[in-house]
Design a protein around this ligand. Structure first.
Ligand SMILES: NC(=O)c1ccc[n+]([C@@H]2O[C@H](COP(=O)([O-])OP(=O)(O)OC[C@H]3O[C@@H](n4cnc5c(N)ncnc54)[C@H](OP(=O)(O)O)[C@@H]3O)[C@@H](O)[C@H]2O)c1
Length: 335
């Protein structure tokens, strides 16, 4: 085991795109676990759009990361030393940790990963830690899809969106995805089985939605907010549902973001718009994992990990989420 640790610490709040000076990459002594703790060496760091929220001090669902603190992240790693009776050297754990090669773990924050049933650790971590349960509960609990309905999802070739569209198909719905390149649109239709895809960067979104959703939209699974949300509002069916999962189009905003122009549609069409955070569903994770794992085994669900090497590249890799350069679940391989 190395003597020195490598840790990303937050140095200032980002303004706009996360600059190179927002975090520092420091060398520090490896921490010592106390009784009841263990030491984990990180294998994979999940990079998530919400990392940008945690760096900021906007109103949010958890305390922001403090200036000088190690950056918070969703992590997966191997126990290298344990002073907790339930954890042994070699156990694979995942959960909420920090952007550090070595870190102290306690049960509750970092938990043992269940049997992987032949699935690679990176795939299981990528699908089950955040993305899969987010797609599953957001669509199934808040969207309440019924066979024959039309489900539209934004950031559809991304980690959450790609799963949402596939679950919609499994539920017998029409799945329509919005994505930012022709290659992504082709992938979700040809490989994932979406019924239609719209390149929101090159097409007239309102006209394309009308064509792709001849019976209107019953569920819009919102990953982005902004203009796409507005366009979808206009074509929602009576008693439609909008699970608000994310607002990535405005995470880097430097000025106040205007509200949706088509907000009156909530009243006119009696829409149900509800935000959610996947942590709200922590107690029900096994349900999502069973369903998603089963669909994977049956060949009904595909999942793509976009792996990059090196903790030292975490910040530049994270930025890919906000430019659409990621091709699936973005992750860094640390060791
Ligand atoms: N509520 C929760 O608990 C929860 C949990 C996980 C994730 N989320 C949210 O879910 C969303 C997707 O997260 P993810 O982890 O699956 O990331 P992801 O979709 O794999 O990556 C983000 C994607 O967003 C798209 N994007 C970036 N800027 C955009 C813009 N201005 N307008 C439209 N699309 C834009 C890009 O795809 P294109 O090339 O298509 O533009 C990019 O690839 C995020 O908003 C995230 O915050 C919420």
């Amino acid at each position: 085991m190395a003597d020195m640790n490598r840790v990303w610490r937050l140095r200032k709040r980002p303004v706009g795109v996360i600059g190179d000076d927002v975090l520092s990459f420091d060398q520090e002594p490896v921490p010592e676990p106390a009784d009841g703790q263990f030491l984990m060496r990180m294998n994979y760091l999940s990079l998530d759009p919400t990392n940008r929220i945690w760096m900021s001090d906007m109103d949010q669902y958890m305390p922001p990361v403090g200036i000088g603190e190690a950056m918070r992240g969703v992590v997966c790693g191997t126990v290298v030393e344990s002073k907790h009776p339930d954890f042994a050297q070699g156990d694979i754990v995942s959960g909420l940790g920090s952007w550090a090669e070595y870190q102290i773990g306690t049960p509750g924050m970092l938990n043992k990963m269940g049997p992987l049933g032949g699935v690679a650790v990176a795939d299981a971590f990528g699908l089950f830690a955040v993305v899969g349960p987010t797609a599953y509960f957001g669509l199934m609990d808040l969207g309440t899809p019924k066979a024959g309905e039309t489900v539209v999802v934004s950031a559809a070739a991304g980690a959450v969106g790609s799963i949402v569209g596939q679950i919609a198909k499994i539920q017998g719905c029409r799945a329509v995805g919005l994505a930012g390149s022709d290659a992504k649109c082709k992938w979700i239709v040809d490989e994932l089985g979406f019924d239609a895809a719209i390149n929101y960067k090159t097409e007239d979104v309102a006209a394309a939605l009308k064509k792709a959703c001849p019976n209107g939209i019953d569920i819009y699974f919102d990953n982005v907010g902004g203009d796409i949300l507005d366009a979808c509002f206009k074509q929602m069916n009576l008693f439609g549902r909008i699970p608000t999962c994310g607002l990535i189009s405005q995470y880097n905003a430097t000025a106040e973001v205007p509200g949706p122009k088509n907000y009156p549609m909530i009243l006119m069409q009696r829409l149900k718009v509800q935000g959610f955070i996947v942590l709200d569903y922590a107690a029900r994770y096994p349900e999502a994992i069973t369903a998603l794992g089963g669909w994977m085994q049956q060949g009904k669900l595909k999942f793509r990990v976009d792996m990059h090497e090196g903790l030292e590249h975490a910040v530049s890799t994270l930025r890919k989420l906000y430019t659409g350069e990621n091709q699936g679940k973005l992750m860094v391989k640390v060791s």
